[in-house]
Write a protein that binds this ligand. Structure first.
Ligand SMILES: Cc1ncc(COP(=O)(O)O)c(C=O)c1O
Length: 390
């Protein structure tokens, strides 16, 4: 790989633990190229190149319905799924159709910064609820909901990342999901379950989804191929009630654009129906699990004892908590000068100034053999700051 093919800010001389991207070497596999060729050589090619069906590629929807029903023990139909241009487009559509400016939307503290950005674009007020090792703390959510109700603030949505959360790597426990659903019912919240990492479980199956626990009237589940096939395809989907699917289908951009990413969705359908996604998932789970293991071993070896971190069971991320008073953004800058890129944590919070002492480390992007070196350098940087501010 040369510098011109790398994402912005990353060079061949740096090691990136910063980007939440899949390993570029996993993109565009021979199986995927064959699926593309099959679509382009078929009589359906002209159809796939035209404006699409508003709900999205029916081939892909049929595949997804079967898969979702099998994996999540559901009995959904084609009318429960709509294709989107990735998860981000789904979040944007949900905010556009289900919030009004000034509404409150609840997110985890911390949460995925680009979703917070999308939600803010719709001029909603974001309120966040701290997480512990089991996910969003239900008692804190209840306190917040009581307060907002007393203030007469409308709260249409709760946005959550239940599996291998970005940025913490935490998976919300089944008990916590149930407690959150009870509150969502009591306070009339629609749960937006952004589940883009669910297929990257390294150890055991993920807990039952919000969709399975609460049903499609209460939940919009979002999926995407960005983390496990290729983000450049811009293919994702929403699973929810038929009435909501119809509302997404009827909205202006879907009608005018002829549905989302019709050609890319057709490529994905051909790839998945041939069984290639499942074999690719086997491969990348092993790849990322080995890197997760290497990162955790290196953290044990090189981090000062005052630093703590999460132990993700899948996905891309480990979340570091630095000693009180240490500044993650300063650590990030010094590490970058030494060729190691990490994300500092404050941008993942609705109140960044209150949470200066975190880092997010990603293990999906760096080569296995670079991880030990990167964490050694990061440990030295943190140790040297500790020594100058004892
Ligand atoms: C939680 C979460 N949702 C959505 C996305 C983006 O997904 P997409 O490429 O499908 O828009 C990411 C990517 O980092 C993510 O971490």
């Amino acid at each position: 790989m040369n510098n011109s093919t790398l994402p912005q800010g990353v060079t061949t001389e740096t090691i990136s633990l910063r980007l939440g991207h899949p390993d570029p070497a996993t993109l565009g596999t021979p199986d995927f190229q064959e699926a593309v060729q099959r679509v382009m050589a078929s009589p359906q090619a002209a159809h796939a190149l035209a404006y699409g069906n508003e709900q999205g590629s029916m081939d892909l929807i049929a595949y997804l319905v079967e898969r979702i029903n099998r994996e999540q023990h559901l009995a959904l139909g084609m009318e429960n799924v709509v294709i989107t241009a990735g998860s981000t487009n789904a979040t944007d559509m949900i905010a556009r159709l289900y919030t009004q400016p000034g509404d409150a939307v609840i997110v985890e503290a911390p949460s995925y910064m680009d979703s917070m950005h999308v939600l803010r674009d719709h001029r909603v007020a974001l309120y966040s609820v701290l997480m512990d090792a089991e996910g969003m703390i239900a008692s804190e959510l209840e306190t917040l909901l009581k307060r907002l109700r007393a203030e007469n603030v409308r709260v249409p949505l709760l946005y959550t990342i239940p599996n291998f959360h970005n940025p913490t790597g935490i998976t919300t426990s089944a008990a916590r999901r149930k407690a959150i659903i009870t509150l969502a019912r009591e306070y009339g919240l629609l749960i937006v379950e952004d589940d883009v990492y669910r297929d990257l479980a390294f150890e055991a199956a993920v807990p039952p989804s919000y969709l399975a626990l609460a049903g499609s009237e209460q939940v919009i589940q979002i999926g995407s191929v960005s983390k496990t096939i290729a983000p450049g395809l811009r293919v994702g989907w929403m699973v929810t009630s038929p009435q909501r699917v119809q509302r997404f289908v009827d909205c202006g951009t879907t009608q005018m654009g002829g549905g989302a990413s019709p050609l890319a969705a057709q490529f994905v359908a051909a790839y998945c129906k041939a069984g290639s996604w499942d074999s690719h998932l086997e491969h990348i789970r092993q790849l990322y699990r080995a890197r997760r293991d290497a990162l955790l071993v290196a953290l044990d070896r090189y981090m000062p004892p005052e630093v703590t971190w999460t132990h993700p069971l899948g996905g891309f991320f480990v979340w570091l908590t630095l000693p009180e008073g240490m500044n993650g953004a300063a650590i990030k800058r010094t590490a970058a000068e030494r060729g190691v890129l990490v994300a500092s944590g404050e941008g993942f919070f609705t109140q960044p100034e209150a949470y200066p002492n975190h880092l997010r480390l990603t293990y999906s992007f760096a080569a296995l053999e670079d991880i030990d070196k990167a964490v050694r350098i990061l440990g030295e940087v943190i140790g040297s700051v500790q020594n100058t501010n004892p």
